[in-house]
Ligand binder design. Structure first.
Ligand code: NAD
Length: 429
């Protein structure tokens, strides 16, 4: 494995799967397939900039807590850095670095003019009041003020953050530079330049990719049995859109566990139920409780992990019964589990393609903001669908031409585009 000099070493625990090492392994596989030279691989396997800041925050009880906030900028070869900000207890610098690298390949694969970045703070947002979260978000972004900007690095929501945090961040940046700068973040509320369609965008993109993959197998979404891990922004949106299209959502879960119904869950009612019960889905009428582990191994046609990394591993991969695994989350299938699924003929729809709907609509939001012309939702959805379907067909074509699995095909397209741009731009000085 190459040295990644800006990052701290990973704790030496044999059971621990390092997301950054995994991301580098995918990069190395793509580089090998593309016959990239070692120098290019060295450049692409190192984040360009790694920033960690202290975030002192006054809690509601008067105590002061100091948190660590990260922003990793992997590559800006194709355009400004782009990537979400995650609030989750499991955030580490290496995880953020892996996610930043994925963003680079994702934007390149989709053909949008961005590089890749990611940010994160290791907190459980449920343990903080709204006021505390606002102070954390504002201080985090003010510490990064010189590193972000609408043509430099444009954050967006990820796990644990939403339009609310983006509004606080946009305001903090704007106040500091002295004028309103809507283009500094995407995923903003509509009132300050957000785009119609952004909230459902990642879920809509997942639905489109699953629909295309089923169509290639001569099937439609109608009646397909789907299990979804995670019922947050992405999981609930994809559940809603798939059920609208006639799929049967037999199970969904959150961090607290899952629910199952053989006849299919009523997703609109479940969304209302979760909203009333502080995002809890447990106890939903006409469902039975299952564990998160059970959800992943249910007999179903399509399994959609839409929560965390490393959910399908060597431990449970042999119990997975789905015929299609659609990675709505980033990195939910480990490298070894992915090989096992591919060898068994399971279609694995890779994250850098499947969950790209969010960054595509972020891009459309940025374009609308820069041009001061705002589109209706139908146009946003149409433009996004066009880019997603095109990218899907590029991946299928690459997979056929090179005789390689979808994930490697997607990586070769993303990595290849960045490598070409790097070669054309040349190395400074
Ligand atoms: P979210 O915070 O809105 O929802 C996360 C969901 O996962 C919640 O339902 C939570 O309860 C559940 N969860 C947490 N821990 C779990 C566990 N151990 N087991 C099962 N469920 C668990 O986050 P989100 O925005 O929906 O993001 C989900 C995934 O999708 C992440 O991997 C994120 O990086 C990826 N993603 C998000 C977007 C976006 O636009 N939000 C875009 C691309 C990729």
């Amino acid at each position: 494995m190459l040295s990644k000099s800006l990052l701290p070493p990973e704790p030496a625990s044999p059971a621990h799967i390092c997301p950054f090492d995994q991301a580098c392994s995918y990069l190395e596989a793509a580089a090998k397939e593309l016959n990239l030279n070692q120098g290019l691989l060295e450049i692409l396997s190192h984040p360009r900039k790694v920033v960690t800041v202290s975030i002192p925050v006054k809690l509601d009880n008067g105590e002061i807590q100091v948190l660590a906030g990260h922003r990793v900028q992997h590559s800006d070869v194709l355009g400004p850095y782009k990537g979400g900000i995650r609030y989750h207890p499991a955030v580490t610098l290496r995880e953020v670095s892996a996610l930043a690298m994925l963003m680079t390949w994702k934007c390149a694969l989709l053909g949008i003019p961005y590089g890749g970045a990611k940010g994160g703070i290791a907190i459980d947002p449920k343990r903080y009041s709204v006021g505390e979260l606002e102070r954390i978000s504002r201080r985090y972004i003010s510490e990064l003020i010189k590193d972000i900007g609408p043509s430099v690095d444009i954050p967006a929501p990820d796990m644990g953050t939403s339009a609310r945090e983006m509004a606080w961040m946009m305001d903090t940046y704007s106040v500091n530079v002295g004028h309103a700068v809507p283009g500094v973040v995407t995923g903003k509320p509509l009132s300050i330049g957000g785009s119609l369609g952004r909230e459902m965008a990642t879920g809509r993109g997942v639905m489109i990719i699953v629909r295309e993959a089923l169509a290639d197998q001569g099937k439609s979404l109608a009646g397909v049995r789907v299990a979804i891990q995670g019922f947050g922004n992405v999981g609930s949106a994809v559940a809603e859109l798939l059920s609208e299209a006639g799929a049967k959502i037999i199970a969904v879960s959150t961090g607290a566990g899952g629910i199952f119904s053989e006849v299919g869950l009523d997703i609109p009612k479940l969304k209302v139920y979760a909203a009333k019960n502080r995002k809890s889905i447990m106890g939903f009428p006409q469902s039975i409780s299952i564990s998160n582990a059970d959800l992943l191994t249910l007999p179903c046609d399509v399994l959609i992990p839409a929560a965390l990394e490393n959910q399908i591993t060597e431990e449970n991969v042999n119990q997975v019964q789905a015929k299609i695994v659609a990675e709505a989350a980033n990195g939910p299938v480990t490298l070894e589990a992915n090989l096992t699924l591919e060898a068994r003929g399971v279609t694995v729809l890779p994250d850098i393609l499947t969950n790209a709907g969010g960054v595509v609509v972020s891009y459309l939001e940025w374009v609308q903001g820069l041009s001061y012309v705002f589109w209706d939702e139908e146009r946003v959805n149409r433009e996004m669908e066009h880019l997603m379907v095109q990218a899907y067909h590029r991946v299928i074509q690459q997979s056929k031409v090179r005789q390689i699995p979808f994930r490697l095909a997607a990586y070769t397209l993303g990595v290849g585009r960045v490598a070409q741009a790097l070669t054309d731009r040349g190395l400074y000085p």
